[in-house]
Design a protein around this ligand. Structure first.
Ligand SMILES: C[S@@+](CC[C@H](N)C(=O)[O-])C[C@H]1O[C@@H](n2cnc3c(N)ncnc32)[C@H](O)[C@@H]1O
Length: 264
């Protein structure tokens, strides 16, 4: 599979599935730089997580978050769409993990009962669902299966930082890149990109009250080489710096990933 072949796939679900023939989800978060997104997100989840809480991980990928919390003894249900990611996730589950993994689409959580989960993670479907109708279906399903006091975590890919990130990889991006020259809206392929304000509107339309807006990886991908070369002590200081500023409003547009935390 290459990007041209992927582009030819018009069925959205099949396109999402095949996207992960190209992107290696199992190893995506393994470098120090990439780990910033994971560690920041976990830090926010752990603000609300209490012993015995039940977690639903929607768009679980190769299971990075599910496995982390299952390792700590939590009961985790996970839903994932892509064949490759399901296979990678299954290989990583140990018999002592309390994980239920099912293959499916975030817009239909009928496998799960109403009012079942304390913590809901949706780190993936909103990177891919093109229509507002589908995004609202996914949010509404997440709310249906959430307990009344549940905390819901949503991730988006930030439109305005992607321009800089792409330019950093490709100096011809300004000439050849796929973006609108007037509005700087990135073309929604193979991911769907949102401005900070766009994310807020989606969640507000879905009846989510926002508790935190977080630049979850900030400039980490841009600075990857330098961050990956930090020794452990300096990396800890970098992380503290990142935590210090990741909720500052002026940082939000400067992050490839945006984490929103909310309640119903
Ligand atoms: C970039 S990966 C992120 C995986 C993991 N949640 C993480 O944050 O590391 C996005 C994941 O969302 C999944 N996904 C996208 N749209 C989905 C949908 N409509 N229903 C279920 N999973 C979906 C993809 O298959 C992919 O595994």
């Amino acid at each position: 599979m290459n990007f041209e072949e992927l582009y030819q796939i018009k069925d959205e679900i099949e396109q999402i599935n095949k996207t992960y023939d190209i992107f290696d989800e199992e190893h995506r978060l393994s470098s120090k730089a990439a780990r910033v997104e994971f560690l920041t997100t976990v830090k926010y989840i752990e603000k609300y997580l209490e012993p015995g809480m039940k977690i639903l991980d929607i768009g679980a990928g190769a299971g990075e978050y599910s496995l982390y919390f299952a390792e700590k003894g939590y009961e985790v249900s996970a839903l994932e769409l892509a064949d490759n990611n399901i296979a990678a996730f299954m290989r990583r589950i140990r018999p002592d993990h309390k994980i239920e993994l099912i293959q499916g689409n975030a817009v239909d959580l009928s496998h799960f009962e109403d009012n079942s989960f304390d913590i809901i993670l949706m780190f993936g479907p909103l990177y891919h669902l093109h229509s507002e109708e589908d995004r609202q279906k996914a949010i509404s399903e997440a709310k249906r299966v959430a307990k009344k006091d549940a905390v819901l975590f949503f991730a988006f890919i930030g439109n305005d930082m992607i321009f800089i990130t792409e330019l950093n990889y490709d100096s011809d991006y300004i000439k050849n890149g796929d973006f609108d020259r007037k509005t700087f809206k990135m073309d929604d392929f193979p991911f769907v990109f949102h401005t900070v304000d766009g994310c807020r509107k989606i969640l507000e339309n879905g009846g989510i009250k926002i508790l935190h807006e977080v630049a979850s990886d900030g400039v980490s991908e841009l600075m990857a080489e330098k961050i990956n070369n930090l020794d452990d002590e300096d990396y800890e200081t970098y992380l503290r710096y990142h935590y210090y500023c990741c909720e500052k409003p002026e940082m939000l547009g400067r992050s490839n990933h945006l984490l929103f935390v909310g309640r119903m």
